[in-house]
Write a protein that binds this ligand. Sequence first.
Ligand code: CMC
Length: 434
Amino acid sequence: MNVHDTPGKAATLSYAGKEPQLPVRSGTLGPDVIDVGRLYRETDCFTYDPGFTSTANCSSRITYIDGDAGVLLYRGYPIDELSDQSNFLETCYLLLYGELPNASEFKEFEQTITRHTMVHEQMTRFFTGFRRDAHPMAIMVGIVGALSAFYHDSTDINDPKQRMIASHRMIAKMPTIAAMAFKYSVGQPFIYPRNDLDYSSNFLQMCFAVPCEPYRIDPVLTKALDRIFILHADHEQNASTSTVRLAGSSGANPFACIAAGIACLWGPAHGGANEAALDMLEEIGTVDRIPEYIKRAKDKDDPFRLMGFGHRVYKNYDPRAKVMQETCHEVLDNLGVKNEPLLQVAMELERIALEDEYFIEKKLYPNVDFYSGITLRAMGFPTSMFTVLFAVARTVGWIAQWKEMIEDPEQRIGRPRQLYIGPDKRSFVELGQR
Ligand code: CMC
């Protein structure tokens, strides 16, 4: 990928008597970027931006977010159109290859993914090494990292064919591994993938079928899960994706990079927020207790935050949250769960927060995680599986971003610098003299 400076656009920085001209680059959409790559050479100083709030780490053709307008596009297609009209596997193809597939391309892709759904039989022994009460995300980090020990024929990152095989393997095997982590935690036998089923139906049957009776796949739940997967498939340079890119920039194999992404996703400020949001709704319990929690969320001295609220990029309603809210209602209606108390709490909490000066002023809106926990729990998943489902969906985003980075001629090892604030140089003092 070649990105060129925008002719006629440059920024001038004035520092210590020097005035370097910094090239400006423009993308298809979104803010321009000032290219500071030469800054250190020309001025002897670095830029400082903890949390990367004003820093673009790469150029990418995959996902675009306009946080102020509440827009999310995958390869140019709005998230609500994809979640309404596409399916997860087609969205995977779009993210990976850049275009929607035609009918024969889709069929071939579906067959390829299906062919890779089983995991090496020996991997089952890895699972039995974990305690039954291990968090499934801990299992995911370990097992996905271990894939590189099983699939040596797709770890050469310099071979485009191997890169593609690894990508297909990861998309195909992640649901199988996730379902195995779930089955292990509940003490049930692993259920093999069924290649006659679509991606989401297959995942549901691997999670909820048992060998002693037939399992009926509910099309409403399949559609809901497929939509949840689409909503979580990619989100440009978020923490876990940046982790995958950074790990991959050293030349690490793709399985190891995705394991690093899973580890990062686990945190409660990122993928763990759906679990935390449901825990919070349960803790609140009833509508009359909401004001107490709103008060706590606004209190600077209280570490409590409204989980499922706020976002680094969205300063408007998260477009995924709108779809998620609809999906939540569809699932609960289908399951006949009338007046689910947690949904009542969530809706009232949202209403109160959206009218509260604190949340309005700070532009804090519900994010995708606010309604996903209620939905997933109603579908039968325990809270500990929520982030695992996020990881299943995000795998395609991670892998598409990793591939894009490897294929980018500008790619170099990621190596941030720092503002050193430790002690000045000093001489070693012998132990007896300290
Ligand atoms: N409840 C109460 N106050 C909040 C919240 C919240 N959920 N989120 C942000 N604030 C306040 C925060 O205290 C700060 O106030 P002040 O300016 O007075 O110091 C201000 O809003 C800006 O917050 P920030 O922490 O500087 O913003 P950030 O961009 O660093 O953090 C966030 C973004 C998502 C980590 C944060 O909003 C948060 O912790 N939300 C709850 C966790 C959550 O729902 N995470 C899921 C994110 S979406 C899924 C994903 O991408 O993984």
